[in-house]
Design a protein around this ligand. Structure first.
Ligand code: KG4
Ligand code: ZN
Length: 370
């Protein structure tokens, strides 16, 4: 278990926080200043992607990821501090991702963050990576809770009600693959590059979405969860039946897959909207936010915009560089926690599995990712 959190009195004034992110395949550090509720400024945001290291393997290799973090984190932190133009004595705290994510990478970021906090005599904040994604719209768009959030990345697919800092209600989750993972696996089976999302999107634009009929698992179900494994299998079966695939076949399969994902996202987010109706006071703005690499997909973004308009929600999407993994979101979540006196001990362990809403009932049929 993590060390107990101390509810210290937050110091008055601004929080200036160094954030470190190493939970997957981006090594990142950033300095953010919190100037008030849902009001922050990014002083620096340095991200080094390990895409080149993992590409030959068609996916993230945990050991390679951990080693790459070790090799470059010091330089990334130095660059973030240098670009921010703040000295160590001007920082209010150091924050690092403690989970969820790959254990080897988490250890690298956590140990570094704790060592810096200890050496500089600063408070340390252990950040949940999902909380950081969830709070990003406060930094980028000035959006304060409550809001509904769709998190769609290579590792996560969830709808969450963000009620406040530290208060999350998980609405839906995937019972098998994450959406980004489904894009990546579809790309792989069609012979496209890793990561597959952008490549599938590019090919989909040249394809006919109606040529290959594909299922829309879970659509119309009362339970708000997602399922992608059946869709991926259906793509495989269609691809095998049509083999050898021409370039047009690949584009048509990509278009059919993307169209199915758009329908799934639209339906599942609509169901989540039904379930959070009570969270918004009558007349208060109802907001939908999105984060994660998949949010970069233009068709999915358009489907969400149409749904939001239809249902009277405003839609806030952080810029792509802050939707994908970065240090600024960790620094911001750290600042939000620090402002509430939520700091952590130097004995905080990494938490490779760390659900934001530990009380959420397990989704029926859910595998390890729920
Ligand atoms: O949030 P992210 O950068 O990293 C984590 O997974 O934490 O998300 C990466 C995922 C990959 O699965 C990638 O294929 C997917 O986001 N992705 C996309 C697009 N760009 C990235 N999926 C669909 N369309 C895109 N344009
Ligand atoms: Zn992420």
């Amino acid at each position: 278990m993590p060390s107990e959190q101390s509810e210290e009195n937050a110091p008055p004034g601004l929080e200036v926080v160094l954030g470190i992110e190493t939970s997957c395949d981006e090594t990142a550090a950033a300095v953010v200043v919190r100037e008030g509720e849902a009001n922050g400024r990014i002083l620096s945001n340095v991200v080094r992607s390990q895409l080149a290291e993992h590409r030959p393997y068609g996916g993230v290799v945990p050991e390679i990821a951990a080693r790459a973090h070790v090799e470059c984190l010091d330089a990334i932190v130095a660059a973030a501090m240098g670009e921010a133009g703040v000295g160590w004595r001007e920082l209010s705290a150091v924050a690092a991702t403690a989970g969820p994510g790959l254990n080897g990478g988490l250890v690298v970021g956590l140990v570094t963050g704790k060592a810096l906090a200890l050496a500089q005599d600063l408070p340390f904040v252990a950040v949940n990576h999902l909380e950081a994604h969830a709070l990003t719209v406060g930094l980028t768009d000035g959006v304060a809770p409550p809001y509904l959030m769709l998190l769609v990345s290579g590792g996560h697919t969830q709808t969450l009600l963000v009620e406040g800092v530290g208060r999350y209600r998980r609405i839906g989750t995937t019972i098998d693959d994450a959406i980004g993972e489904a894009f990546d696996k579809t790309a792989k089976l069609l012979g496209l590059h890793y990561p597959g999302g952008p490549e599938v999107e590019r090919r989909a634009r040249m394809g006919d979405p109606a040529r290959f009929p594909l299922p829309r698992p879970m659509v119309g179900r009362e339970a708000p969860h997602f399922s992608l494994a059946g869709l991926k299998t259906a793509v495989r079966q269609r691809a095998e039946a049509a083999a050898p695939l021409s370039a047009q076949d690949v584009s048509d399969l990509c278009a059919a897959f993307e169209a199915a994902v758009c329908d799934i996202v639209r339906d599942r987010v609509a169901r989540a909207m039904d379930l959070v109706e009570d969270a918004f006071a009558p007349g208060a703005p109802r907001r939908l936010t999105v984060a994660g690499g998949v949010a970069a997909n233009r068709s999915i973004a358009a489907a969400l915009a149409a749904l939001a308009a239809e249902r009277g929600f405003s839609l806030a999407v952080p810029p792509p560089a802050l939707c994908t993994d970065n240090g600024a979101m960790i620094a911001w979540a750290g600042a939000e926690r620090l402002a509430r006196g939520l700091v952590d001990g130097l004995d905080t362990p990494p938490r490779p599995r760390w659900p934001l809403d530990p009380d959420a009932p397990a989704a029926i049929g859910a595998g390890v990712k729920a």
